[in-house]
Design a protein around this ligand. Structure first.
Ligand SMILES: *Cc1c(COP(=O)(O)O)cnc(C)c1O
Length: 368
């Protein structure tokens, strides 16, 4: 039997081991160690931000982003419907109301032309997500934010090292967030970061991350914080990964291009956008939309052939959990609903070998 090709083969090398061992040797294993601050500083620098606040994961980074902006009850937050559940959870946990926007059928990113008609007096922020490593149309989002005095929350969890017209993803709006989960361009196993240029927001995130202990009267709490801390061991891993980010992106592009060449002009496969005037695809994952059949049976057949894939996101506006918040509706957002049913992504981890990419691509072709 052929070996299983995981959807996300990792690549952890000597540098990661060296830094993690250094952390272990010094005995700094909790969030108090020196690598945490260094990682925050280096990562924030990489995306042109003044402050970085490392946290337990990318989902809680979104929660802190919303909380630190003071968004809560009676506020509305505009969010792409085609994204991960973390975006919705963060809005709901704050007591705010999500307003869902459909995707473009070619980039799978938030359709910015649909935003303006959804803005109301209650709208406080636009959350944007750079889906699968392709930047969202930030110019239009910035225009709307300015015109209606809205905050931008930029979820860059799939776009480390990516740029939009030369400006780093993670540098737009008041607050941006990252994840360092195992499949992200920079991984610390689990982990995340909030980045901002605003010192007040940064301090608020730091306090909320650490249970709102007070500097003077440590055990007297004015507010309810969280333990969302990030450890020195994770930071050690992250520093090594950050040094390798450019190589990681290079490899991701190579993988994307191998798939692109094999699928070239295939009438049943919609491949990802390669580039536009303002950016080049990083292929955080290599997603495709099938033209003639739903993804699910193909995903099952590929799994039987030992090839790991994932379906596309299930649209947020269709999530059953909305009913618990009295927010379920029969709204139809057709593009997201279609790509959710027909889309999947193929093995595209940084450690995925050329022959594995070719095998995955050819197995798919043989099923169509
Ligand atoms: C991965 C991801 C997250 C969540 O990050 P976790 O670290 O897994 O909590 C949030 N947003 C997007 C767009 C992601 O891809």
């Amino acid at each position: 039997m052929k070996d299983f090709i995981s959807v996300n083969e990792l690549e952890i090398g000597e540098l990661e081991k060296k830094y993690v061992n250094e952390a272990l040797d010094t005995g700094w294993i909790s969030s108090d160690g020196p690598f945490v601050g260094k990682f925050e500083k280096d990562f924030a620098n990489k995306v042109n931000r003044k402050f970085g606040i490392a946290v337990a994961n990318g989902s809680v980074a979104l929660e802190l982003a919303i909380e630190s902006l003071g968004i809560g009850k009676n506020d509305e937050v505009i969010v792409p419907t085609f994204t991960i559940i973390s975006c919705l959870n963060a809005i709901l946990k704050a007591g705010a109301t999500p307003i869902f926007i459909d995707a473009y059928s070619d980039t799978w990113n938030i359709n910015v032309d649909l935003i303006e008609s959804k803005i109301t007096k209650k709208t406080k922020a636009i959350m944007v997500v750079h889906i699968y490593g392709l930047p969202a149309e930030m110019a239009k989002v910035e225009d709307l934010a300015k015109k209606y005095n809205l905050q931008i929350i930029e979820d860059s969890a799939e776009a480390h090292g990516q740029q939009y017209f030369g400006k780093p993803c993670g540098s737009f709006g008041a607050v941006s967030t990252f994840s360092f989960y195992a499949n992200k361009h920079v991984t610390t196993g689990e982990g995340g970061m909030v980045v901002t240029d605003n010192e007040e927001i940064a301090n608020r995130c730091k306090s909320l991350r650490n249970l709102c202990f007070q500097p003077e009267k440590r055990f007297i709490h004015q507010e309810m914080g969280h333990n969302y801390r990030f450890t020195n061991l994770q930071a050690a891993l992250g520093l090594a990964q950050l040094e390798k980010l450019d190589q990681t992106i290079q490899r991701k592009k190579e993988i994307g291009n191998i798939y692109n060449d094999i699928f070239l002009n295939h009438d049943q496969i919609q491949t990802p956008i390669k580039k536009t005037k303002g950016y080049i695809n990083h292929y955080w994952v290599y997603g495709i939309v099938l033209e003639k059949m739903p993804a699910e049976p193909i995903i099952k057949k590929l799994a039987a052939a030992n090839i790991g894939t994932r379906p596309f996101f299930y649209p947020l506006h269709k999530q059953p959990l909305l009913a618990k918040f009295g927010l379920n509706s029969d709204e139809v957002l057709p593009v997201s609903e279609k790509i959710a049913e027909y889309g999947l992504y193929l093995p595209s981890g940084v450690g995925t070998k050329d022959n594995q990419v070719i095998q995955a691509a050819e197995s798919l072709l043989s099923l169509l």
